[in-house]
Design a protein around this ligand. Structure first.
Ligand code: SF4
Length: 166
């Protein structure tokens, strides 16, 4: 299976689970939310020029994870839950990644929690979920020394066991 992602990933100091570590950020293409003044407008269009296979995606993540300073994976966009195909892609890819590493996976989505089926297989392999669209006239929310939510309607949930963090 293939889907459209911007690779290679970015390394970021905006880390949710360990403010002294670094996050691996992966960006998918395609988003239908079109939040006003979105910082990633170039990712709104699903771009087939960036197609990668599940194995390419997994190999890329695992190669970065050999660096002990990289402590978590953040899956961003765009909208990671853009389509059924994308959800299947992620389910396969994250299952394989979780077989090789215990590093946490954070999924960013513009959906609110009530819009999601947390019983779907994908969420077995997601440790933290960031929910909610970007609403520019709402204030930012600082979660830790390095990680900030862009607007106060957004939330962070730990999925296993389920707990609202912010
Ligand atoms: S959900 Fe994210 S990527 Fe999509 S328009 Fe909103 S801020 Fe931009």
């Amino acid at each position: 299976m293939e889907d459209s992602w911007i690779l290679p990933p970015l390394i970021s100091s905006h880390c949710l689970t360990n403010p002294s570590g670094f996050a691996l950020e992966l960006y998918c293409t395609g988003c239908f939310f079109h939040c006003k003044n979105c910082h990633n407008r170039e990712l709104w269009t699903y771009d087939p020029a960036y197609l990668v296979s599940v194995s390419e995606f997994v190999d890329s993540v695992l190669s970065y994870f050999t660096n002990p300073l990289i402590v978590e994976l953040q899956i961003m966009g765009g909208e990671p839950l853009f389509s059924d195909c994308r959800i299947l892609f992620l389910t396969d890819a994250l299952r394989l990644i979780k077989e090789k590493t215990e590093k946490p996976i954070i999924l960013f989505t513009g959906y609110d929690l009530d819009d999601l089926d947390l019983d779907s297989d994908l969420f077995l392999f997601v440790d933290f979920l960031k929910t909610g669209k970007y609403i520019e006239n709402l204030p930012e929310v600082r979660v830790n020394e390095t990680f900030v939510l862009a607007s106060s309607n957004q939330h962070i949930y730990k999925l296993h066991p389920f707990k609202k963090i912010v």
